[in-house]
Write a protein of this length. Sequence first.
Length: 280
Amino acid sequence: MRQQIGVIGAGAMGVGIAYVFAAAGCEVVLVEPEPARAERALGTVRTRAARAGEQGRLTPQQAGGLPGRVRTVRAAGELPEGMDLVVEAVPERPELKRRVLAEAEERRPAVLASNTSGLSIDDLAAPLRRPGGFLGLHFFNPVWSMPLVEIVRGARTTEETLKRARETAELIGKETVVVRDSPGFATSRLGVAIGLEAMRMLEDGVASAEDIDRAMELGYRHAMGPLRLTDLVGLDVRLDIARHLAETYGPRFAPPRILLDKVAAGELGRKTGRGFYDWG
């Protein structure tokens, strides 16, 4: 029997997560209350499947059948009961995440997860009745090409939940690292530190955004430079994480003026057409 996967939120991360599970043969239910956004998400799945077929990463039969394994509903309460996994991928606002996670838990999934890139798993678990079945599954954008899933274990996450999470990641061909619940986990803490320093270098006129990124790509074999990556993640997302980390670790994570100004101006990266780069 195919695994049943629920994904809450049809933004870039939610769509990517839905796609990789559908590509692995799972039945996916994507929760999105806005009909237009839901339709765009299904369009992205169709486009990505067709492209993967053209590139030979999926057979024509696989590419043709993939979109039919993704359907949308408008609320977490409409998810089927007893799904193998439900992943929350809504914006990084604790109150919103706690609310949708509590709604999803009522559907009694085997594993409930948050795709948060830095919020406390134990804090998000506070309203849950079964916190042992909850953990963080931090995917990376674009989900279909990034090989890592960071598994974040909360204080009450059970060994069985951790085992199932690892098996689920293996099902979609991902490598995993397991970290304990601490602000920024491992990847966001390191990634944000590099990204913020790159922004300060840009402010100081050390080099252009292109050359800063190219230095990290060629000198350290990063797949993508920190400023281009920030544009892909979203400057608003990076700002929220930086503020959260600054509260814990101090001024070394204080957001630079250039980041504050760009977010205030609505320059949030690729999703708005402009960030550190012009995506027009």
